[in-house]
Write a protein that binds this ligand. Structure first.
Ligand code: HEC
Ligand code: CU
Length: 314
């Protein structure tokens, strides 16, 4: 519905779907409320004090009618719930080949780190028509990453990664906000999402680039923080090699199995005793409070980069 004046721009496929869902909710809600209020007023008038409506006669039982309209509205609203849940689940199941960008919220800015090492503040450049996956963290308090034009909003809670994805389908510049009150300058925490055609995006990356990739920076940190001392051959401690770990199942000492995603790697660094890899002693020290979100993103990108290689094995 182009030009509908109450909507922010609609810049993704997902956003159009949300529009349709919103329209359906509005129409069905209005019809249901309209019917209820119509009946309310109709009967209030019919049986008003002094009207000559028949009051003493009990009409025949109406249970068929009551059951069918209760079931019909129930089914209708359960249907809406399933429709909405479906869209919601879609938002948290990114395609495997999505472009991955780390986003860190802090008082009072959004910082983004691209795989090629490009960094930006209060701006996010993305190519049109490509799946983009955001891995988001907060450096301090709860923030909320909100892009009305993409119809995405995700709270970012300190201490854990949140992920979300989108595919913008319209070139342009769209507002980015923080939608969770986070202190004095909350109102100014925001910026722009720049959706570019792929060639412009390539040029932008090139112009911003010239540094090392996120994973290469992560590799340096891997040595600087002493991770390599344990995780590479020749270490004094018996620790798992991290090559090929990412993306695969990891058996834990408590018998459970988890998939090694960004969140797992992050937790392994900040809270190593929380999930101990099976067959190893819980001797890894915690790095909580020593590594900031920017560096964590780099370390995670590094561990990810040495994950399963195409055609390689664990
Ligand atoms: C003192 C030695 C030591 C240091 C230093 C160390 N680790 Fe570990 N790490 C271990 C051991 C032992 C395990 C296995 C037990 C566990 O899961 O806690 C492990 C587990 C892990 C895992 C989970 C691996 C798996 O197979 O599931 C990751 C990821 C990890 N470490 C990353 C790091 C990073 C990144 C650093 C540096 C910031 C680091 N480690 C520093 C000893 C160490
Ligand atoms: Cu905020």
């Amino acid at each position: 519905m182009p030009g509908f004046p109450f909507w922010p721009p609609t810049a993704s496929h997902y956003a159009s779907q949300i529009n349709i869902l919103f329209g359906a909710l509005l129409v069905i809600g209005a019809l249901t409320a309209g019917l209820v209020f119509f009946l309310l007023l109709f009967f209030a008038n019919k049986y008003r004090h002094g009207s000559n409506a028949v009051r003493h006669e009990q009409t025949k039982k109406t249970w068929r009618f009551e059951v069918s309209w209760t079931v019909a509205t129930l089914l209708g609203f359960v249907g809406l719930a399933i429709w909405g849940a479906n869209l919601f689940v879609h938002l948290y199941n990114p395609p495997a080949d999505a472009l991955q960008i780390f986003v860190v919220g802090k008082q009072w800015m959004w910082k983004a780190e691209h795989p090629g090492g490009q960094r930006e503040i209060n701006a996010l450049h993305v190519p049109v028509g490509q799946d983009v996956r955001l891995v988001m963290a907060s450096q301090d308090v709860i923030h909320s990453f909100f892009v009305p034009a993409l119809r995405i909003k995700q709270d970012v809670v300190p201490g854990r990664y949140e992920t979300m994805w989108f595919r913008a389908d319209k070139v342009g510049r769209y507002h980015l906000f923080c939608a969770e009150y986070c202190g004095t300058d909350h109102a100014h925490m925001g910026g722009w999402i720049y959706v570019m055609n792929p060639r412009d995006f390539g040029n932008w990356l090139h112009a911003e680039g010239g540094q090392e990739t996120l994973a290469a920076q992560g590799e340096q940190l891997f040595h600087r923080y002493g991770c390599s001392g344990c995780h590479e051959p020749g270490g004094t401690v018996r620790a798992p090699r991290l090559e090929g770990v990412f993306g695969g199942p990891v058996p834990l000492s408590d018998g459970s199995v988890v998939i090694a995603d960004e969140r797992y790697v992050r937790d392994s660094i900040l809270d190593p005793k929380g999930q101990v890899a099976a067959g190893y002693d819980p001797v890894m020290p915690t790095f909580a409070g020593q590594i900031n979100e920017d560096d964590l993103a780099k370390l995670v990108a590094y561990v990810e980069s040495i994950g399963p290689q195409p055609g390689g094995s664990r």
